[in-house]
Design a protein around this ligand. Structure first.
Ligand code: IPE
Ligand code: IPE
Ligand code: MG
Length: 264
């Protein structure tokens, strides 16, 4: 039933979107797309609404973008939802943001399961309220067997904290003589990051016109393509997502090599 409804929704998709989707699918599809979802507060302000109204609207964008990411054939979609620096915000706003995963996952979990989406999370769970932790772990548990798109929420995530924790763990291994200093290389560091099981992002998108990383995946983004847009996150839609993927498909990724040489 739900599947039928979803298919109908896809068919109802604006024909220009579905044409673009078909073309995009014939091109090089980024395996991992990471998004810094920014601009919810400004979206609300433009409408004289409280900031939380922007966060609530942003949740609908998460649903939309998850669906199109799945349609495109992206393997991993990482969404930066709350940073380790966002604790500086007013308590009321933080409380609201901490309730969003629960609301999102309760509302959309059946749909995510239907779409074969697997929910995951990176970030420091210890710092999250119990109800937030429970909502996320329930969704992770209920989608654990799914092998479609990985929907990875970065929640209470900070790249520097992640790197500090990685350095500590590697130092412990060295002190315990489980590794030699010479064993420390890119691969070992990768293996101790929270993203150890994921490919590096091929494409990073940031909405709202800010051109910075705000402590997001500093290590993992070393060779990613960046796409910045003025569009505020609640206004980011399927067409915007396709714009970013089309932009990505025009890029020439060299990884330090010369143009045209795929390397050996
Ligand atoms: C992004 O929107 C959501 C989070 C960072 C949690 P903002 O709340 O940062 O919106 P702006 O940047 O103030 O417009
Ligand atoms: C980055 O957005 C964090 C998230 C999207 C979760 P911010 O709005 O917190 O970033 P700054 O403060 O403008 O750098
Ligand atoms: Mg912001």
């Amino acid at each position: 039933m739900l599947e039928k409804l979803l298919r109908k929704k896809t068919l109802e998709m604006d024909s220009s979107i579905s044409d673009r989707l078909t073309k995009v699918k014939n091109g090089d599809i980024p395996s991992h797309v990471a998004i810094i979802m920014d601009g919810n507060g400004r979206w609300a302000k433009q409408r004289s609404l409280p900031r939380f109204a922007g966060h609530h609207e942003g949740m609908k964008t998460v649903r939309k973008i998850t669906r199109i990411a799945n349609d495109i054939g992206i393997s991993v979609l990482t969404l930066y939802a709350f940073s380790t620096e966002n604790w500086k915000r007013p308590k009321m706003e933080i409380d609201f943001l901490m309730k969003l995963p629960g609301e999102f996952l309760t509302t959309y979990l059946p749909e995510l399961i239907e779409q074969n989406v697997k929910v995951e999370m990176i970030g420091n769970t210890d710092g999250l309220p119990v109800h937030t932790k429970e909502a996320i772990s329930r969704a992770m548990h209920e989608t654990a067997q799914n092998d479609g798109l990985i929907l990875n929420f970065a929640m209470n995530y900070g790249s520097r904290l992640e790197i500090v924790e990685t350095v500590k763990e590697i130092a412990r291994l060295a002190i315990a003589n489980e590794i030699a200093i010479e064993d420390i290389d890119d691969a070992l560091i990768d293996a101790h990051l929270m993203t150890a099981h994921l490919p590096e992002p091929d494409l990073l998108i940031r909405t709202s016109g800010e051109v910075r990383l705000s402590n997001f995946m500093l290590w993992q983004l070393a060779y990613s393509e960046f796409s910045f847009t003025e569009v505020l996150w609640p206004d980011f839609d399927e067409a915007c997502m396709l714009n970013a993927i089309e932009e990505y498909q025009m890029r020439n990724r060299r990884f330090g090599n010369v143009e045209g040489d795929k390397g050996s």
